[in-house]
Design a protein around this ligand. Structure first.
Ligand code: IPD
Ligand code: CA
Ligand code: CA
Length: 260
């Protein structure tokens, strides 16, 4: 089954990436506001429809949970978490940092089974299957070897409802920022996790995520040798909206800095 999932997901995610590329910086892009800060475009919806319809046909017995509302709820083992466009704010502003993210969770095993993240602008396809390592365009990738926080580049993100809640990452940001070489806010949780996986950055933390944001990237970071947990070091769970992903070497120190 995993080989089938792998071959299918790598094909469909490239097709969805082509939809994103066609809509990127296009004059007829339609932007709607789910809230003042949370955008959705016609391209998010088109990409989701393509993936959802294809998944339904190929795996009728699997659960599908997609960000823009598509659901297939009857199924036993596999759950597909689909983010048809991660980095929508970047996309809507013409900033070339966005991707399609597809994570596959096995209920039977109680863990992620596979993850696929495709950045069509840079033509980078990240993928991982449980126990088999992580790959970028078919070549194996590994986490960085940076072993101290003060020479680390880390990334984070802030929730859309940041004005309404004090739990908006400002305390954690102020705690980490002076201690590291640099903090980045790229605007795509899935690509942040893949950047940890391939060693471009040394760590990433964010709260209030949804499973479609982080499920795929989490297994890709882990299979590349990274450590992926909640802030307190307990097991990552895609349904629990908190992730700290690092190269492992800076994990304990990051956990301490996030305890604010
Ligand atoms: C968002 C991005 C962003 C993260 C937000 C997510 P979207 O997803 O991953 O980096 O900070 O929490 O909601 O809305 O672009 O799919
Ligand atoms: Ca997302
Ligand atoms: Ca999205």
């Amino acid at each position: 089954m995993l080989a089938h999932i792998d071959a299918f997901a790598r094909g469909i995610i490239r097709d969805a990436g082509a939809v994103l590329l066609r809509g990127f910086r296009a004059p007829d892009l339609v932007v709607e506001y789910k809230s003042r800060t949370d955008l959705v475009t016609n391209i998010d919806r088109e990409s989701e429809r393509l993936i959802f319809d294809a998944l339904r046909r190929e795996f009728p017995g699997h659960v599908i949970i997609a960000e823009e509302g598509s659901r297939a709820e009857e199924g036993d083992d596999y759950v597909w978490y689909v983010d048809p466009l991660d980095g929508t704010n970047n996309f809507a502003h013409g900033i070339a940092c966005f991707c399609v993210s597809i994570g596959v969770y096995s209920r039977r095993e109680g863990r992620m089974a596979a993850g696929f993240v495709y950045d069509p602008f840079h033509d980078e396809l990240f993928h991982a299957l449980h126990g088999s390592g992580s790959f970028l365009n078919g070549a194996p990738i590994r986490i960085s070897t940076t072993d101290a926080v003060d020479i680390s580049i880390v990334a984070t993100g802030f929730p859309y409802n940041k004005k309404e809640t004090a739990n908006n990452n400002s305390r954690e940001f102020c705690s980490v920022m002076p201690e590291v070489q640099g903090v980045r806010r790229f605007g795509s949780a899935a690509l942040d996790l893949c950047s940890v996986a391939c060693g471009r950055i040394d760590g990433y933390w964010e709260r209030q995520l949804k499973p479609w944001d982080c499920a795929a990237g989490a297994i890709i970071a882990e299979e590349a040798g990274g450590r992926v947990t909640r802030y307190d070091g307990s097991n990552f769970d895609p349904e629990y909206p908190e992730v700290l992903a690092t190269n492992g070497r800076i994990h304990e120190r990051m956990m301490t800095l996030l305890r604010v």
